[in-house]
Design a protein around this ligand. Sequence first.
Ligand SMILES: NC(=O)c1ccc[n+]([C@@H]2O[C@H](COP(=O)([O-])OP(=O)(O)OC[C@H]3O[C@@H](n4cnc5c(N)ncnc54)[C@H](O)[C@@H]3O)[C@@H](O)[C@H]2O)c1
Ligand SMILES: O=P(O)(O)OC[C@H](O)CO
Length: 361
Amino acid sequence: MSTRASDDHSPAAFGRIAIIGAGAWGTALALAALRAGRQVVLWAREAAVLESVARDRTNPFMAGITLPPAVAVTGALEQALAGADLVLLTTPSQHLRAMAGQCEGLLAPGVPVVICAKGVEAETGLLMSEVVAAAMPGRPQAVLSGPTFAAEVARDLPTAVTVAAAGGTFDSSHLAARVAVTFATTRFRPYLADDVIGVEIGGAVKNVIAIACGIAQGRALGSNARATLITRGLAELTRLAVALGARADTLSGLAGVGDLVLTCSSEQSRNFSYGKALGEGRNPRLDEGGPVVEGAVNAASVVALAGRLGIDMPICEAVDSVLRGASLDRVMMGLMTSGLRPEPLAAEDQVRIPHPASRED
Ligand SMILES: NC(=O)c1ccc[n+]([C@@H]2O[C@H](COP(=O)([O-])OP(=O)(O)OC[C@H]3O[C@@H](n4cnc5c(N)ncnc54)[C@H](O)[C@@H]3O)[C@@H](O)[C@H]2O)c1
Ligand SMILES: O=P(O)(O)OC[C@H](O)CO
């Protein structure tokens, strides 16, 4: 049984949490909040989820877990938000704007939201925090990210996350600090950050890199290839984050390296598994209404965002090309034979030596 971590100087925890989106992540976070002693209402969009919960307290998005009666589940958004003092937005990235807009019309002023989706909006190239700022003007917001397979959180396996919110020192009124104490237990440990952009870019881009690692796995390219993709993937997401105003060291934290390593190393990851299927020469389907594969949905928007900023992201570009139908072997050859360059981030744009095996340099 988990116990709540608190002390006399703790920021005030939020008491009643509305979780908007009963996919795997919303379901897992509902259990985490309940274990931390909070009242929880989970909003489900699908009739099939509501029927399944009514029948035997299970959720098709989270196999093998029985929801305790204390997690209230409803299909009525107004009911879910009534009396909430904190709202978690757990819908996938491309639906966040619409859900945030619906919530805004129903939610009391000043109630903060926590963004739990990882991605970049396809139509606008905006980060999730920017989407929410547009859909919920002036509303306090935080981002929760990090290495978190929902199924492990649901089973109460030890997990650490990053909670980021803007605003200087983490005093007791800081939103990140309040969200952290709301969720902290002996099995779920939040860390605080104020670099919202860095945290968001880590979560959005690692999904694309995980597809590349899955492809390498499916192609049996070996462990060296995977370590290279993770390391050079980190260089890519750090470059993009810094260009957007983030701090490079944020990307060495849980929401950067932590999530990148997790997602790039495990078939539990939907992004990694999707890439593996591609690498094996299969044609995996992205089912409307099925489990979300954010990297496949977001590769093009990450590449477009990087392009607008003039940031070189060869691995993300390679994944985007493969998703558009380019030959895997040609794309891999392109990655291996691009110009030779220094490794440290700070110097890598300064020198580019033509690769002897490439006719394009
Ligand atoms: N599953 C995880 O392990 C995990 C962990 C951390 C973060 N996340 C992130 O959380 C977000 C949600 O992922 P998930 O794993 O809970 O999803 P999921 O694949 O388990 O479920 C799909 C979700 O999409 C929702 N959905 C489908 N169509 C919709 C629409 N038109 N409008 C609104 N909602 C719609 C469904 O209701 C459901 O909540 C993603 O951005 C994901 O990257 C997931
Ligand atoms: O299963 P994935 O690939 O969507 O990854 C889930 C989480 O983002 C891991 O932190």
